[in-house]
Design a protein around this ligand. Structure first.
Ligand code: FPP
Length: 248
């Protein structure tokens, strides 16, 4: 039995009445939330940041070990420059304004995705926030920034190819655990629950490898309206799901 199958062993996995260890959220619906109120899209994104704050606090209280939030995808660069600027401004403010509270609440910050392509001041804010919270252990907040699952896999494949060409690895020995070790999520527990808000039913290039055995939940709530009760309800439903991991 290889390691990835062992990791997905029902006996050791979350579920079956238990709480998920690792929850990821595709925070969708900010634009529609604003449109319904005849507000500019940025107003929806601002409320989206409030929803993210509430959800991080709730995740800690509900005993979730890892919360991964899809904040900016590698495809979001296709949006108008003004909206990209708004999103980067909100991200900058979130880190500056919230780092003290996060650090004091025992939150460890991690980032997945090619975030070094963001503007240098944001990269340095992120790096210092990661360093400052590295020893925290209550909750891990993972923010996906300039993240795309296909890009993550391409980066892993490139690193295998480079090692193979240099004679450091034999391609025939590569197994799924080796692939996992080269993903951005290598040090995180397996994904248990993936939630998408706003009624859309797509994965949109988020955690495609990691979602192999995750429970998927699509809720109609627009992201700015997501709150503690919505997260608690999702966790309650997760506990009702029977996870079989390909077994019976
Ligand atoms: C989707 O809404 C949301 C995003 C593009 C991500 C933005 C996320 C936030 C502002 C929350 C920020 C969180 C942190 C941790 C800083 P959409 O614009 O696609 O909505 P629509 O589909 O209704 O247009």
């Amino acid at each position: 039995m290889n390691q990835a199958v062992a990791k997905a062993d029902p006996a050791s996995a979350a579920g079956k009445g238990g709480a998920p260890r690792h929850v990821a959220i595709i925070m969708d619906g900010n634009g529609r939330w604003a449109k319904k109120r005849l507000l500019p899209r940025v107003a929806g994104h601002k409320q989206g940041v409030e929803a993210a704050r509430r959800t991080v606090r709730a995740a800690g209280d509900l005993g979730i070990e890892v919360l991964t939030l899809y904040a900016f995808s590698s495809e979001n660069w296709r949006r108008p420059a003004s909206e990209i600027g708004d999103l980067m401004g909100l991200l900058r403010r979130f880190i500056i304004d919230d780092i003290d509270e996060l650090a004091e609440a025992g939150v460890r910050l991690r980032v997945i995705g090619d975030y070094r392509a963001l503007s240098p001041d944001i990269v340095s804010l992120i790096d210092s926030a990661i360093a400052r919270t590295a020893e925290n252990s209550r909750t891990t907040l993972v923010i996906a920034l300039n993240y795309g699952a296909q890009d993550e896999l391409v980066r892993a494949i490139r690193s295998f190819a480079a090692d193979a060409v240099a004679g450091r690895i034999d391609p025939q020995t590569i197994n799924d655990a080796d692939v996992e070790a080269r993903l951005d999520t290598s040090d995180l527990p397996p994904l248990d629950l993936l939630i998408r808000t706003s009624g859309e039913k797509r994965l949109s290039n988020f955690l495609l490898w990691q979602a192999a055995y995750a429970e998927l939940m699509f809720v109609d709530t627009l992201w700015p309206d997501f709150d503690r009760d919505a997260l608690a309800a999702a966790i309650g439903q997760f506990g009702q799901r029977e996870r079989r991991f390909g077994g019976l």
